[in-house]
Write a protein that binds this ligand. Structure first.
Ligand SMILES: Cc1cc2nc3c(=O)[nH]c(=O)nc-3n(C[C@H](O)[C@H](O)[C@H](O)COP(=O)(O)OP(=O)(O)OC[C@H]3O[C@@H](n4cnc5c(N)ncnc54)[C@H](O)[C@@H]3O)c2cc1C
Length: 543
């Protein structure tokens, strides 16, 4: 069932076996495993179905360390959460991402082998191909330049698959609505997770509605799926019993916030193939005739995206962070209205397409400039655009701000800190990638000045992939994190967390597939706790 929380009687109490807070990718993935089971599930989602500026504003707050985008960009409040706006590019973490490395606080208390069955469930849930994520498996679909890199260098080509679940709520609103054991309340914002007197369990949730009512939810088990900002903020703000918030006995809530820097780290001047002995590639050696090859390089025909990585054994031997890089013609960002317009065209949202036409027309000169520079002009250089891992850092964190939102809840303050170690390891990785590319006739690579500058200054412009991670990290010991390897909050028997906030190390892959995989693992533990079975995966639960 799908209900607007505004219809609930003021002061009411809603009972359930399981209550999930947050209806984004993690909340929906978890709910899908309990569809049509005996478990009575209530899912509380702060936002509505579809966009709402007022709801999104609940996520806003300040960034006081590294400059960042408006916080609501990465934590929109709506059914589907960020996965209603996401690119849906999916790739699991590499096995090495789960290992303990030479820098502090690295590694997961779970191995890649333990995660494998849950990645398979995530693949099915996100409806992706069984061909996997290695370039070799997609040789027929890779753009020629990447195929050549794969065949002639020691670099690996990795791929992302595009999940058709974009936006995710489109696929799942129907099944959630039709379900009899599950009620989704939209416009239901949890203001406090109320602890029992001995602090060992959760007694209930204090929930506000968009029309000024308050109600309580009582359940046997509670799962927070509010995203890396929303979940940390809710735990920190749940302090009416005193102390520093729920699950925060060791001051770990909010710490180890991470993002994947998405940034141009170097440039490769393009000499003509004759001068270097390399083959000719339409995508980089032709103007107008190369247009389709350039489009294919960014979005290959097979619905995949390609990137280059140093092989795992090199990363392990040289102790490098994980970096995946794209080679692309110099980027000229299209105006935001154009991106939104073409997104609606892709989703065949006729009403929004018609509404967007006048705005798009106002930006036509910029759009033409982007099309000319990105697609029609022969590029003079290639950008090495990286998506990078950073080392876990306890001082990179989310704290409560003195400012409050419309419900009187303290807003989040983000202090994203990335350090000189991250930059040094990135520079070493990029140097190695550059020499491999040079040996095959591309280059030499020129690093961006900020990469080689000593110190911890990166670009002064905001950057990132809107991949919000960390803040309630997974750990064996309560001193080192917030949840145990099953996702249960240390010391609070009936409280669990799902989502990328539990990642203790961050790899370089986009987080969606690992969010789904870890959520299915926690869902299995939770089903045992509730004395029942959840469904094996989400794929057969949707129409
Ligand atoms: C534009 C964009 C593009 C992206 N592209 C990709 C991509 O290509 N591939 C990829 O893997 N990842 C991508 N990401 C990241 C990915 O979408 C997110 O990591 C993922 O969707 C997070 O899911 P989540 O459910 O953990 O959190 P969220 O999506 O943040 O969902 C949390 C939900 O909880 C609700 N909530 C928060 N607080 C409360 C509260 N107090 N009470 C009730 N409800 C609450 C929110 O309204 C929200 O719906 C992208 C993100 C964005 C924004």
């Amino acid at each position: 069932m799908l209900r607007d929380a505004a219809e609930i009687k003021d002061g009411a109490t809603v009972d359930a076996d399981l209550c999930i807070v947050g209806g984004g990718l993690a909340g929906i993935a978890l709910a899908s495993t309990f569809l049509d089971t005996e478990t009575r599930v209530v899912l509380l989602e702060s936002g509505p179905v579809g966009e709402s500026a007022e709801a999104d504003d609940l996520s806003n707050g300040e960034s006081t360390a590294h400059p960042y985008f408006p916080l609501s960009d990465g934590a929109p409040r709506r059914l589907g959460g960020a996965a209603d706006l996401w690119g849906a590019w999916c790739r699991p973490f590499d096995p090495i991402d789960f290992e303990e490395r030479d820098w502090p606080w690295s590694g997961w208390p779970l191995t890649a082998e333990e995660m494998a069955p849950y990645y398979e469930k995530a693949r099915q849930f996100l409806r992706m191909s069984e061909r996997g994520f290695a370039g070799e498996a997609w040789a027929d679909g890779l753009p020629p330049l990447y195929r050549h890199i794969q065949d002639t260098t020691s670099l690996e080509v990795g791929v992302w698959q595009e999940s058709p679940l974009a936006p995710i709520s489109e696929a799942y609103t129907g099944p959630l609505e039709a379900s009899e054991n599950l009620t989704v309340y939209v416009g239901a914002t949890v203001l406090e997770v109320v602890q029992s007197a001995d602090l060992g369990a959760i007694d209930g949730l204090d929930v506000a509605t968009s029309n000024g009512k308050r109600f309580t939810v009582r359940a046997d088990q509670y799962v927070l799926a509010g995203g890396a900002l929303g979940t940390a903020r809710l735990l920190l703000a749940s302090n009416s019993r005193g102390g520093a918030g729920v699950g925060n006995g060791h001051g770990m809530v909010g710490r180890y916030f991470a993002e994947h820097p998405h940034i141009v780290a170097g440039r490769i001047p393009l000499s003509p193939p004759a001068a270097t002995g390399r083959p000719r590639f339409a995508a980089i050696d032709s103007g107008l005739p190369g247009t389709f090859a350039r489009i294919e390089m960014e979005r290959p025909k097979a619905g995949i995206r390609a990137g280059i990585l140093l092989p795992e054994d090199v990363r392990r031997r040289e102790n490098l962070l994980n970096v995946i890089a794209h080679l692309r013609p110099p980027s000229v960002e299209p105006p935001r209205v154009a991106l939104e317009f073409f997104r609606e065209v892709r989703h065949q949202n006729i009403k929004k397409v018609l509404k967007g036409i006048p705005q798009l027309l106002r930006h036509i000169p910029e759009v033409i400039n982007v099309v000319y520079r990105r697609l029609l002009k022969r590029p003079r250089e290639l950008e090495l655009y990286v998506q990078a891992e950073t080392a876990p850092n306890p001082d990179s964190r989310v704290v409560l701000s003195a400012e409050k939102d419309t419900y009187g809840m303290p807003r989040a303050e983000l202090q994203w800190r990335i350090g000189s170690l991250d930059k040094e390891l990135l520079a070493r990785t990029v140097t190695q990638m550059g020499s491999e590319l040079e040996a095959m006739g591309l280059g030499p690579l020129r690093m961006e000045p900020w990469v080689t500058d000593p110190g911890d200054v990166w670009s002064t412009e905001p950057f990132g992939g809107l991949h919000l991670m960390g803040t309630t990290r997974m750990s064996v010991s309560p001193e080192d994190g917030v949840v145990d390897p099953d996702g249960r909050v240390h010391g609070v028997g009936n409280l669990w967390i799902v989502g990328s906030s539990v990642f203790p190390s961050y790899g370089s892959s986009n987080p969606g597939m690992t969010i789904a995989a870890t959520t299915f693992r926690t869902g299995e533990r939770l089903a045992l706790e509730l004395g029942g079975e959840s469904r094996s995966n989400g794929d057969d639960t949707v129409g």
